[in-house]
Design a protein around this ligand. Structure first.
Ligand SMILES: [Zn+2]
Length: 325
């Protein structure tokens, strides 16, 4: 990455933290508290509806599926757009280094939380640097995730993260590593990619290999991927990356449990997504919640099958974080 590319990512240091009081006061001043609430509610509704309607039929042309995938990628992060607007309005800088839940301190926790790096979260180079600096300084593992290289996150951002980790001497951990109690503790980065963008994950392999990086891919909708994409998952695993589960239809767990019960959630969304991958020879020791949406009951049920879970930590304060810490 050259200086121009670094500059393009924005070199602002995270000198101002988006503390809750400051944000809330600014919301009141701007008078769009209600609009924000409505926008978030709309996004939430669209997510679950589109996920079901867009995928329940299966089949369909591959190109159409990929287009739906891209649309879903965009929608699933629509809520962060509202956050970005807030950040612009308040002038705050996001600072991942301040989000305790996004750092693994080797306490053998079962529920991990990542921070989203996709472009619409507005985590620029300063915020990324703060995450990598904290990991290096404290001997922790920064947990970061994204979705679709070149669509939801530019390759330049991925490279900025990988190069920054390498420069600081961080170890690249997969969630399979974090699930293994024998893994030696140390400062590191657990980078993961969610959902279904298998073709572009494979296209990013040379970049991962350039930095000797190992990452985790949390796969949803496995049954709707093509045979070629199923084979590509093996290509990713053969390069030292972990292939882990992310549900069948990418539905929100707590709501599904409320509507259909915990057993139905396990039988419909969780177990088939794990067994499909295990049948293909992937060990599957980790599971990531769609939208990070979880409860202690879902944690307990899923931890009967895998060793670690990944939820999310939000970098903004206007929505309750699903992270338990
Ligand atoms: Zn997802």
């Amino acid at each position: 990455m050259n200086d121009a590319e670094r500059q393009a990512l924005g070199d602002a240091k995270p000198d101002v933290r988006c503390d809750r009081e400051r944000l809330e006061q600014r919301h009141r001043e701007l008078g769009f508290e209600r609009e924000l609430g409505l926008e978030l509610a709309r996004v939430e509704r669209e997510r679950s509806t589109d996920d079901v309607v867009g995928w329940a039929g299966g089949g369909g042309a591959r190109d159409a599926r990929r287009e739906q995938d891209r649309g879903s990628d965009r929608r699933s992060h629509g809520a962060t757009l509202a956050c970005a607007l807030l950040v612009v309005a308040t002038g705050c800088h996001l600072d991942i280094g301040q989000i305790d839940g996004a750092f693994y301190d080797w306490d053998h926790r079962a529920v991990h939380c990542g921070v989203d790096l996709d472009a619409d979260t507005d985590n620029g180079s300063g915020s990324i640097d703060s995450a990598l600096d904290r990991a290096a300084d404290k001997g922790e593992v920064a947990e970061l995730y994204a979705h679709h290289p070149t669509v939801t996150i530019p390759d330049s951002t991925i490279e900025y993260v990988l190069a920054g980790a390498q420069q600081r001497g961080l170890t690249f951990y997969t969630y399979e590593d974090l699930a293994d109690p024998e893994t030696p503790a140390g400062p590191g980065l657990a980078l993961s990619f969610d959902d279904t963008s298998v073709d572009d994950w494979v296209a990013t392999l040379p970049l991962f290999e350039q930095y000797a990086a190992h990452v985790t891919f949390f796969v949803s909708r496995y049954r709707y991927l093509s045979d070629a994409q199923h084979a590509e998952l093996h290509t990713l695993a053969d390069a030292g990356n972990a292939i882990e589960a992310h549900t069948v239809l990418h539905l929100r767990g707590p709501e599904y449990v409320e509507d259909h019960g915990l057993d139905a959630y396990m039988n419909d969304e969780i177990m088939p997504s794990i067994s499909a991958l295990r049948d293909e020879g992937f060990p599957v020791n980790a599971f990531a919640y769609p939208f990070g949406a979880r409860t202690t009951d879902t944690d307990k049920a899923i931890l009967g099958t895998v060793k670690v879970l990944r939820s999310v930590s939000f970098t903004w304060n206007v929505v309750a974080s699903p992270c338990p810490r």
